[in-house]
Structures are given as structure tokens and as C-alpha cells.
Write a protein that binds this ligand. Structure first.
Ligand code: GFB
Length: 313
């Protein structure tokens, strides 16, 4: 299915990390019939509000980027909110997309939906083959339920609702918070503060040994666009770089980029989470898509963005 530039596209969650990247990309490709709504204009947690939005706008395509997300500590602290809000948002948007006859919808899963013990790079068929990491179980269950909901509508009503499973994302417009954000924004904030305050050391959570794969938000948006144009299967598809880096390597990379000269100290009392999370991306690579932004470059761009906009955060 090919989206045409005049067709109506709704980007749910256009102010977030992924949604803002999708919006930039669609605009740059000449799509000019885009629907974006602020939280005040449409509360995605409200069934009635989502129903009236879809009735009025009748979008042709939907990018379901809206989600409540957070790093390892947020997942431990707010499991109920993460599960309730994600389930509700996706239920409302997916159901109304069906009711109003949306031609195609893309939903996004995260690599944390897969079993915590995965010997190699995680394949799509590994889903539900073992228990997920306990620190993000509630969020993972909501996301798995969203995937299954898309597949159920596809099976029963012949909709075209697809799911991309994304590696840990980062980039401009990420949520920056020392405690609740993901590792990259948290470390950019902490290391920048340590530099500014001439601190001797800066604390990094856990052992430094966990391995993560990081996907730049513009690459994620590019993959989403590629899948909307080229992939019409209910089966999930992984999106990532296929490369992992340890938290220790990442911390040193951010330290160098920020220019902090002190020491990095690992706090082993803080949780490591899953030991290793790298996606097998041969399926999407086989279709002709590859991530382009190298981690070093992505971190440089993200730090640049943070330095410019930090006062507004
Ligand atoms: O990014 P993060 O919170 O997500 O943490 P997960 C990744 C790793 O970085 C963990 C370590 O091993 C953390 O212990 N880390 C070191 C830090 N210092 C910090 C810090 O200052 N802040 C944070 N946040 N981490 C999430 C899931 O897991 O992955 C979510 O909880 C989501 O549900 C996301 O799916 C993609 O990779 O551990």
C-alpha cells in the first residue's frame, strides 16, 4: 500500500520522541494533509474524545506513536500507570481506526516485550517464548496486548494494522529526567551537570555491563515510513541497528561528547535490568531498509539539541 501526499494521515503523539520525528519526516516528503492534536484537543485516554476525533477527521492512515514511556526506574515506580495508559490509548486508537475504516495503521512495540533470556539477537518469532524482564513487565504486557489487538482486527476484519518492534530509542525531543527517563537522556543530563559543577565524579546506575541497542528517532521514523509503504503483514517486524553497546561504553561516549573530565562511578545498588537486548533485524534489512545514524553521531546530535533546549525542559 502506498500513501499519497494528499491523503489524510493522523500522527497520534506528535510531540513525543517518535511522533515528532515522524512529523518532520512526513513534512519533508511533501505530505501536507497531516492531523496532529494536542492533549487538550484530544485526550487519547478518553474513548469519547478519540471517537469524536476519528468521526470528524476520518484519517486514511494512522501512525500510533502515542505512548506513556520511561526508563528502568519509571517502569519499576509506575507499573499501573504504564499498563493502564498504554492499553487504553492503543485500544481507543486501534478500535476507532477499525470503526472509521482507516486504510492502514502502524503500531509500535519495544524490544522489552521479548523474553529476558535471549541467547543471541532477538528474532520476531521469540515473542512469548519465555518470561519478560520483571522491571518492565507491566509496560511489556500492554505493548504485547496492542500487538495482539492489531493482529486480531487484521484476522477478523481484514484491516491492515502492522506493528514495528523498536530497539531503545533516543534523540531530540526525548524526555529528559534524572530519575525517570531512559539511560541516554539521563546520562546526558547527569554528565552535563557534573561538568558544569566541576564535580569529581558522576554516578551511572548498575554494573555497566548490560548491553543495549540504540536506535536514533529519525531512523525509527524512516523505518516506520518505509513499512507503511512496503509492508502489509500482521506479523511483527523488528527495527534496530543490530548492534549493541555496553552501558559502560555508552557512558564513556556521552562523557566525551559532553566534555566531562571527572570519573565515572558505577552504583551497583541500582538495577541493571535485562542483561542484553539486541534485535535481529535481518527481516527488515531483507526488505531493503537499514538504520543510518551511527551511535556516536546520534549522541552528538542529541547532546547538541539538549544544550540548545535544556532551559525549556
Ligand atoms: O534506558 P533504561 O532505563 O532502559 O536503562 P532498559 C538501560 C540501562 O542503563 C540499565 C542503565 O542497565 C540501567 O541500569 N543506566 C545507567 C541507567 N545509568 C542510568 C541512568 O541514569 N538512568 C537510566 N534510566 N538507566 C527500558 C524499559 O529498559 O527499555 C522500558 O524499562 C522500555 O520499558 C525501554 O521498553 C526501551 O533498556 O533497561
Amino acid at each position: 500500500m502506498i500513501m499519497k501526499t494528499k491523503e489524510k494521515i493522523y500522527i497520534a503523539g506528535h510531540v513525543g520522541l517518535l511522533g515528532s520525528a515522524v512529523l518532520r519526516l512526513l513534512k519533508s516528503k511533501g505530505f501536507n494533509n497531516l492531523i496532529v492534536k494536542t492533549h487538550r484537543q484530544c485526550d487519547l485516554l478518553s474513548q469519547r474524545s478519540v471517537e469524536s476525533l476519528f468521526k470528524k477527521e476520518r484519517p486514511d492512515y494512522v501512525f500510533l506513536c502515542a505512548a506513556r514511556v520511561g526508563g528502568i526506574q519509571a517502569n519499576i515506580s509506575y507499573p499501573a500507570e504504564l499498563m493502564y495508559e498504554n492499553s487504553t490509548i492503543q485500544n481507543n486508537v486501534i478500535h476507532q481506526s477499525y470503526v472509521q475504516g482507516v486504510k492502514k495503521l502502524i503500531f509500535f512495540g519495544s524490544s522489552c516485550i521479548y523474553p529476558k533470556e535471549s541467547p543471541g539477537a532477538i528474532k520476531e518469532e521469540d515473542l512469548l517464548s519465555g518470561p519478560v524482564e520483571p522491571t518492565n513487565e507491566a509496560y511489556a504486557m500492554a505493548k504485547i496486548s496492542g500487538i495482539k489487538l492489531c493482529q486480531a482486527y487484521d484476522a477478523q476484519f481484514q484491516t491492515n494494522f502492522i506493528t514495528a518492534v523498536l530497539a531503545n530509542m533516543y534523540g531530540p525531543y526525548d524526555h529528559f529526567d534524572i530519575r525517570d527517563s531512559h539511560v541516554i537522556p539521563a546520562l546526558i543530563m547527569k554528565l552535563h551537570k557534573a561538568k558544569k559543577e566541576n564535580m569529581r565524579s558522576c554516578e551511572v546506575w548498575g554494573s555497566g555491563r548490560p548491553v543495549r541497542e540504540f536506535l536514533y528517532a529519525d531512523d525509527a521514523a524512516d523505518a516506520a515510513f518505509f513499512l507503511m509503504q512496503n509492508y502489509d503483514q500482521p506479523d511483527i517486524i523488528n527495527v534496530g541497528t543490530g548492534h549493541g553497546v555496553s552501558v559502560k561504553e555508552l557512558a564513556f561516549l556521552i562523557k566525551d561528547t559532553v566534555g566531562f573530565k571527572g570519573e565515572i562511578v558505577f552504583d551497583a545498588t541500582k538495577p541493571d535490568g535485562i542483561k542484553k537486548k539486541i534485535l535481529n533485524v535481518s527481516k527488515i534489512n531483507g526488505l531493503g531498509w537499514r538504520a543510518r545514524v551511527h551511535l556516536k553521531d546520534g549522541i552528538r546530535r542529541t547532546v547538541g539539541w539538549f544544550l540548545k533546549y535544556q532551559k525549556a525542559l
